[in-house]
Design a protein around this ligand. Structure first.
Ligand SMILES: Cc1ncc(COP(=O)(O)O)c(C=O)c1O
Length: 308
């Protein structure tokens, strides 16, 4: 069932831009009669871009309708999720609080500076404490929540996130065969699988090492009747792990940006695009296939190039 959007969220959403499809004209693809289009969710909003709005929208709706005044979540020091949450919390007049993985750095990076500027209260926790927080996967599941506090698990990965992600599918106004997306928690992938027509295939690309657990996490988010048919996760394009990159990946990314004018970051979307081109070389796609690659944003985390 579709939830009615809270008026405060409707006002916010009215400020968003349309996410367009950018066709990629590349002789490597036309030689093989393949078509690639990038769905530009990075253009939705200057701050809450990519999959962030999609995943937060109905979680925030639930928080507002349940009378919450404080949003609490968790993330790394470059977290796109916390960045969007802090901004949106301020825009909605809600307090925000976050558990941040690792020690407090002597000098805050631009992401953490933004969080503070937007009034998010930060609590730095050890990696083991952070891992323990991951077990609280449902809203309201964090122990000792006070009245008015609303808990969002890592990446906002709840069943309500799937509802927002599902809205991507009817926006794609072109016939296509395959939809590709980067995976962190797998919630965006799950939302796309749940909403996709049976005629299309959905391929996730794990941005982290040893991502085999994602199959189970995605399945747990999916409706019980959803089968394994029509989707898969590629586990070998993580470039050494989450946040890791290589000169091969950054050279690929820079070349793609220069040729096609689509800004990328190396943590999620560049790895997904790299996987796409590798699959092309391997002959994975049938002649005539139209692939849509979802640009999930995240460009804010790349402002200081900390991984180079
Ligand atoms: C820019 C970007 N792309 C992709 C993802 C992966 O999304 P998910 O955690 O839903 O798999 C994230 C993390 O949320 C992200 O920040």
């Amino acid at each position: 069932m579709k939830s009615i959007l809270h008026p405060k969220l409707q006002i916010l959403e009215n400020q968003f831009s349309r996410s367009i499809l950018t066709p990629i004209n590349d002789p490597v693809l036309s030689e093989r009669q393949l078509q690639l289009s990038v769905k530009r969710d990075d253009l939705l909003h200057p701050v809450i871009s990519g999959n962030k709005w999609r995943k937060l929208k109905y979680n925030l709706n639930h928080a507002l309708y349940s009378g919450s005044n404080t949003l609490i979540s968790m993330g790394g020091a470059y977290s796109n999720h916390l960045h969007a949450l802090a901004f949106v919390g301020k825009a909605l007049g809600l307090k925000t609080r976050a558990f941040v993985r690792g020690e407090q750095p002597a000098c805050l990076n631009p992401t953490l500076q933004d969080l503070q500027t937007w009034g998010m209260q930060l609590q730095f926790v050890s990696r083991s404490e952070y891992r323990q927080l991951r077990q609280f996967k449902h809203y309201h599941s964090l122990p000792d929540l006070k009245p008015g506090e609303y808990w969002l698990p890592e990446g906002g990965a709840t069943d309500l996130a799937l509802q927002g992600v599902a809205e991507i599918i009817p926006e794609i106004d072109a016939a296509y065969d395959v939809l590709m997306v980067a995976c962190g928690t797998g919630a965006t992938l799950a939302g796309l699988i749940a909403a996709s027509p049976n005629s299309s295939q959905v391929l996730g690309v794990a941005a982290l090492k040893a991502g085999g657990f994602l199959y189970q996490d995605v399945q747990q988010l999916l409706p019980a009747q959803q089968t394994m048919a029509g989707w898969d996760i590629l586990l070998d394009y993580h470039f050494g792990g989450f946040g890791k990159t290589s000169s091969v990946l950054t050279a690929f990314m820079q070349q793609f940006q220069t040729l096609h004018g689509v800004p990328l970051e190396p943590i999620y979307t560049a790895k997904t695009l790299f996987a796409f081109y590798d699959l092309v070389q391997l002959g994975y796609f049938k002649t005539g296939t139209h692939i849509i690659l979802l640009h999930t944003g995240g460009l804010q985390g790349w402002r200081e190039s900390p991984w180079l």
